[in-house]
Ligand binder design. Sequence first.
Ligand code: HPA
Ligand code: ZN
Length: 334
Amino acid sequence: PEMHAFLHELPKCEHHVHLEGTLGPELLFPLAKRNNIELPKDFPTTVEELQYKYDNFKDLQDFLDLYYVGMGVLITEEDFYELAWAYFTKAHADGLHHAETFFDPQGHLERGISMETVVNGFKKACDQAEKELGITTKLIMCLLRHLPAKDGLDTIQLAKPYYQKGWIHGLGLDSSEKPFPPELFEECYAHMAEHHPEVLLTAHAGEEGGPEFIHKSLDLLNVTRIDHGVNSIKDPLLIKKLAEQQTMLSLCPMSNLKLRVVEDIGDLPIREWIAAGVPFSINSDDPAYFGGYILDNYLAVQDKFGFDIPTWKLIAQNGVNGSFVAKARKDELL
Ligand code: HPA
Ligand code: ZN
């Protein structure tokens, strides 16, 4: 209980949470009803059935199949706002101070929802979180790697006005990893580096893909952060490079367990990263699907690793340092 209070109070920053992954049954079913969405015949119809699915993912793809159908209930600006606002209030109750949140516009554009609807809804929730909860926020647009790079470039074009206004602060890459390696998206990242050099570049890598996916994300996409990065531990030279460049990994412990990236949270290479000086943060990924928000993920790590207070302070400090905010805000967060 003492450690619970300590971890609650620790200045936590989240760098890896998909807003669509915060959509749980309590909002999914009402939205389906409100928007007259007929869910597929094989989609669970009760909270219990949905929970059973959540508890039994075989791998990343098995989760993604449910995730893309689930987000199909999001139609209006208000839906996107409500989703993000519910996340911010939960995260705030967990003691979160700063949130860098992913969203997947292509999952909505292909259903006929406009970029404007998605971004306006999320932005409204971000503004409210800043004003009423004191959380700083950043939106990071992710490209779906199972779609062609051409689609990614078109999506970047649609998002231009929002990058220009400073409503979107980053570019990421997610979805099915192994069949779609980083090099497929070189042009998308090069475009961002050339036209929007102020934007944070990140990519999911080394969740199911091997260390070469991390190398290629760094070398070909020029990302400054790696999302997941668990498989970095298989390559000592990569570990050295991550430490030298102080590239932060956004670790998602409960996600890794649920998607069977590891058999046990205790198997995550956290001690090795700390020993090597590789910075990482702790994150919830898709909290509605994986059974826990930000504090639950901290507690799950503490349960397996039993870190002392200085170690936790170091982890929190690395999370603040790796955040995409000005120095003044970092000083405030620490
Ligand atoms: N990996 C890849 N794609 C995703 C994830 C993830 O953990 N969550 C949502 N989209
Ligand atoms: Zn993710």
